[in-house]
Design a protein around this ligand. Structure first.
Ligand code: NDP
Length: 454
């Protein structure tokens, strides 16, 4: 190991010790920062401009965190209490922007990791958006529409004071889809008495953008296609594993299939299905209805399609595939599973979910020279089209699906170019983790330095 690499490693250790001391017990946040610090530290140490500005210390401290109680009444008249947060991480290059997550596992640590990553991701899109994330430890599963509505309305009574079209623009994430955004936006509109684009992911009848629903999954597939095209290959003819069966997974399956790939897996928190014949467009339409309309479980797929098998409580990474798209949740792909994928000949991995791969899994992919697209780059399509929804709202116009998808495709190609600029080692291998972190960082850091000591 060279002296400078050694120095950078020591600096990362020292930096992480301080961060862990200041943020005890926030394991997901530590993990997200460590991944970024490892790739940024050598660059920062070589550039006095960033080093002297203590820029990493500043960028890992959120601008502010809002924590509040959400009380609501269930269908049986019982009073329920949840906790909600909004982490406004950094608005150096634009108003705060990032999703809301409703899931029982939501904690401050999870939202800080998501908010921190969002800062880099939004910067990568090239659009003027700062980073934020929010949500609640509320479980929408098994709740009636009316219960979800009452929860969303109660949450918005507090949240509306802190957001606005030029301040902070929330969107969906796990557990927050079209239904929830509609309840949230409806309540925001009542409280503020203004019809403005303060939330994205809205219905098409009230300011939503075409292709927003599809954008994250489509974008991940486009990013993979860009990576493969760069080395003279493509998705066409490849066998593909996808995890999840939510918003990101369903539209990732759709675009991969359109690009000629064969998707053989999908999952939810109860296990995964393996369909060696592939999830074609007809099966996908059925799966979408199961998940989006009937809110059913993934094993029902095998009752309908006999070619498939259900693997209870298992994840799909043991299936032999060329490409993998983890699209469910954080830390759903560990070191052993990464090794299994590599041993089975995987050549490309694109993260549709946020931080689905553990640090060990990422190291294994990079060592094996797998084309590995980190979430910041691979799933930036969702927030990019949210940004386009904001633009359409501000202009009071609506673009066609072709127009929006064309822009999405261009943005994903541009993110890929940015990753090449900073991540190409010159020997034929592109480290997309380094590329995405550096490209996202420079813009935000330069803005912060321009503002002085902020
Ligand atoms: P959805 O709620 O639509 O779907 C989530 C999927 O992941 C479901 O299949 C769910 O299964 C599964 N899942 C959730 N938690 C777990 C868990 N702990 N273990 C196993 N499976 C789990 O969410 P999205 O598709 O919107 O989001 C998926 C990922 O993509 C998240 O990491 C999110 O942050 C990220 N993302 C989403 C964007 C978007 O535009 N929606 C944008 C960028 C990133 P089950 O139904 O059983 O819970």
């Amino acid at each position: 190991m060279s002296n400078s690499t050694n120095d950078a490693k020591k600096q990362v250790e020292y930096f992480m010790q301080g961060l862990i001391r200041r943020n005890p017990g926030e394991l997901e946040f530590h993990q997200a920062v460590e991944e970024v610090a490892e790739t940024l530290m050598p660059f920062i140490m070589e550039n006095d401009r960033y080093k002297n500005a203590q820029i990493l210390e500043r960028m890992t401290e959120p601008d502010r965190v809002i924590i509040f109680r959400v009380s609501w009444e269930d269908d049986n008249g019982n009073i329920r209490v949840n906790r909600a947060w909004r982490v406004q991480f950094n608005n150096s290059i634009g108003p705060y922007k990032g999703g809301l997550r409703f899931h029982p596992t939501v904690t401050l640590s999870v939202l800080k990791f998501l908010g921190f990553e969002q800062v880099f991701k939004n910067s990568l899109t090239g659009l003027p958006m700062g980073g934020a994330k929010g949500g609640a430890n509320f479980n929408p599963k098994g709740k009636s529409d009316r219960e979800v509505m009452r929860f969303c309305q109660s949450l918005m009574i507090e949240l509306h004071r802190h957001i606005g079209e030029d301040t902070d623009v929330p969107a969906g994430d796990i557990g927050v889809g079209g239904r929830e955004i509609s309840y949230l936006f409806g309540q925001y509109k009542r409280l503020s008495n203004r019809f403005v684009g303060t939330l994205t992911g809205k219905g098409l009848a009230f300011g939503g953008s075409l292709i927003r629903t599809e954008a994250t999954g489509y974008g991940a597939a486009y990013f993979m296609e860009n990576m493969l095209n760069h080395s003279g290959s493509s998705i066409n003819g490849k066998t593909v594993a996808v995890s999840g069966s939510g918003n990101v997974a369903l539209y990732c399956i759709e675009k991969v299939t359109q690009l000629g790939g064969k998707v053989v897996t999908a999952s939810d928190s109860s296990g995964f299905i393996h369909d060696p014949d592939g999830i074609d467009s007809e099966k996908l339409a059925w799966l979408r209805d199961l998940k989006e309309v009937r809110r059913g479980r993934i094993h029902e797929y095998t009752e309908k399609f006999e070619s498939a098998e259900f693997h209870k409580d298992k994840r799909p990474w043991g299936v032999k595939v060329d490409l993998a798209f983890p699209c469910a949740t954080q830390n759903e792909l560990n070191g052993d599973e990464a090794k299994q994928l590599v041993d089975n000949g995987v050549t490309g991995v694109a993260e549709g979910a946020n931080m689905p791969s553990t640090l060990e899994a990422i190291r294994i992919f990079l060592e094996a020279k797998v084309k590995f697209a980190p979430a910041k780059a691979a799933n930036a399509g969702g927030v990019a089209v949210s940004g386009l929804e904001q633009s359409q709202n501000a202009l009071r116009i609506a673009w066609s699906a072709e127009e929006v998808e064309g822009r999405l495709k261009n943005i994903m190609a541009e993110i890929h170019s940015q990753c090449l600029k900073y991540g190409d080692d010159g020997n034929g291998f592109v480290n997309y983790v380094k590329g995405a972190n550096l490209a996202g960082f420079v813009k935000v850091a330069d803005a912060m330095i321009a503002y002085g000591v902020v």
